[in-house]
Structure formats: structure tokens, C-alpha cells
Design a protein around this ligand. Structure first.
Ligand SMILES: C[S@@+](CC[C@H](N)C(=O)[O-])C[C@H]1O[C@@H](n2cnc3c(N)ncnc32)[C@H](O)[C@@H]1O
Length: 250
């Protein structure tokens, strides 16, 4: 792995660029020697707190700045050239959390990812990213004085557009509404057809019944009763239809 604090991968049109931020003079000497034959490697000298605001947006960010000696203090963020960085850093619950918030705010595009090594599972409550924590087995060398665990937590954050999620959800709700109205229409149509069939049967039964009675009744009385029955039947059918009209969702 590269001797670096942050590896920032950036795509410029078709060629990829690797940006490395490093503050230790000793490490920087080795880093420059290593990067000599790597034209796509860009070395940024200084602390990330000081230089990050100059660096733009990235596709991937790997964060591993454990300082060891503890020489870099919390106040380092005051050296940022952008006055918006310090308040965000100070308001965060941890160093890693602070870095994540700054990157989500200024250095990640939609679908860009950020990762690092941690001892504990990471959590964050923001609508503009997704997060998974994976535990991976590690074998730190004996001289490593800052990581003694046998497993490391690798959090993976992906920046998302919270409005996109809302829009998609709204589209799905709208599609669901249209589906349910269409389903409602279909069901109502089937019910209407079934009822019409039943009513036709009722009408034909009524007609037979009437036929028998017709013989016993006078022509005038028979026609008057028939007209009344037909009117009552029509009224009943219309009432049923009105009750069955599908309700549109708002
Ligand atoms: C844990 S080492 C990185 C190890 C490297 N990722 C690897 O796996 O080999 C941390 C590096 O970050 C550098 N560093 C620590 N704090 C930094 C800061 N605030 N800004 C830039 N570099 C920092 C240290 O000098 C050191 O080279």
C-alpha cells in the first residue's frame, strides 16, 4: 500500500489521476521517489486539513491518516483556506466523521465512494449517503504501534442524491396509484359485467313469470305493471352503477 494519508482518485475525461496528500517530510521523500515514473500521481504536500479545500471532487477517496505521534492537533483544521471547513470539522463526533462530512459536502460527486480503516463500526445519520461496514481480517506488522486488532472495520460510504431518492419514491407512488386505479377500474368492470349477467337472468325469470300472469290479467293492467317493473329495474341498476364508480386517489 502507498505511504500516504489520503489517496484521492479523480477522473479527468478518459485518463485517471491519483492524488496523494502527505505531510511527513520523511515520507514525502520516499513518496516522490516512488512516484517518479507514475505520471498520473499528483502529490500534495501538507496536511489534508490545510490542503483539502483546494482539491475539487473525486470518484474515490481512501482515508488513512493515523498520525502515530499525535503531533497533528484538532486545531489543524484552522489552517484550511476555506473558512467553511473548521465549523464542519468541529461539529463532528470524531476525526473520521469530520472527514466524511467535509467530503460529502465538498469533495464527492453522486456515486463517489469513500473508505478507510477503523477499529469500531462507523455510523452516520445523513440523507446524502449510503453506508456499509465490513469487517476484514488484518495482520498488522509487529512494529505497528497504532493498530493491534486482528480485524479492521472497513466502512464504505457512497454519495447519493437525496432528492433523486425522493423523486423516485414519488414516481413509484404515482405509478402505484395509477396501477391501483387501473386495477380498481378492471375490478369494477368485471363486477358490472357479472351484475349485468345476473340482472339479465333476473329479467328473463321475471319475463317468464310475467308471461304466465299476463294470461290472467287484462291488457291495460298488464302493460302498466310491466312498465312499472321496468322503471324500478332501471332505477335499481342506475343506483348500483352510481355506487360502484371507482374512487380516484388524490
Ligand atoms: C497510517 S499511515 C498511512 C499508511 C498507508 N495508508 C499504508 O497503508 O501504508 C498515515 C500517513 O498519513 C500521514 N499523515 C498523518 N496525518 C496527516 C494529515 N493530517 N495530513 C496528511 N498526512 C497525514 C502520515 O505522515 C503517514 O504517512
Amino acid at each position: 500500500m502507498n505511504p500516504c494519508a489520503i489517496v484521492l482518485n479523480q477522473s479527468f475525461h478518459c485518463s485517471r489521476s491519483h492524488t496523494i496528500v502527505e505531510c511527513s517530510p520523511l515520507v514525502l521523500t520516499k513518496l516522490h521517489a516512488w512516484a517518479k515514473d507514475k505520471p498520473n500521481v499528483r502529490i500534495i504536500e501538507g496536511t489534508w486539513q490545510e490542503r483539502l479545500s483546494e482539491l475539487g471532487k473525486f470518484d474515490c477517496i481512501f482515508f488513512d491518516d493515523y498520525p502515530g505521534s499525535g503531533s497533528i492537533t484538532v486545531g489543524e483544521i484552522e489552517n484550511s483556506k476555506d473558512p467553511r471547513y473548521a465549523p464542519i470539522y468541529m461539529a463532528s463526533g470524531s476525526h473520521f466523521h469530520a472527514f466524511v462530512c467535509l467530503c460529502l459536502e465538498f469533495h464527492l460527486k453522486i456515486d463517489s465512494r469513500l473508505t478507510g480503516y477503523l477499529e469500531q463500526e462507523f455510523s452516520i445519520s445523513r440523507k446524502d449517503c449510503t453506508l456499509t461496514n465490513r469487517r476484514i481480517p488484518v495482520r498488522p506488522p509487529p512494529h505497528c504501534n497504532y493498530f493491534i486488532e486482528k480485524t479492521a472495520v472497513v466502512p464504505l460510504l457512497t454519495k447519493i442524491d437525496p432528492d433523486d431518492v425522493r423523486e423516485k419514491t414519488e414516481e413509484h407512488i404515482e405509478a402505484d396509484n395509477v396501477d391501483s386505479v387501473q386495477q380498481n377500474d378492471k375490478e369494477t368492470k368485471v363486477q358490472d359485467e357479472e351484475e349485468e349477467e345476473e340482472e339479465e337472468q333476473e329479467v328473463s325469470v321475471s319475463s317468464k313469470e310475467l308471461e304466465k300472469r299476463r294470461e290472467a290479467e287484462s291488457d291495460d293492467a298488464r302493460e302498466a305493471k310491466l312498465a312499472m317493473k321496468e322503471a324500478a329495474h332501471w332505477l335499481m341498476t342506475e343506483n348500483r352503477r352510481a355506487r360502484k364508480k371507482p374512487r380516484r386517489l388524490q
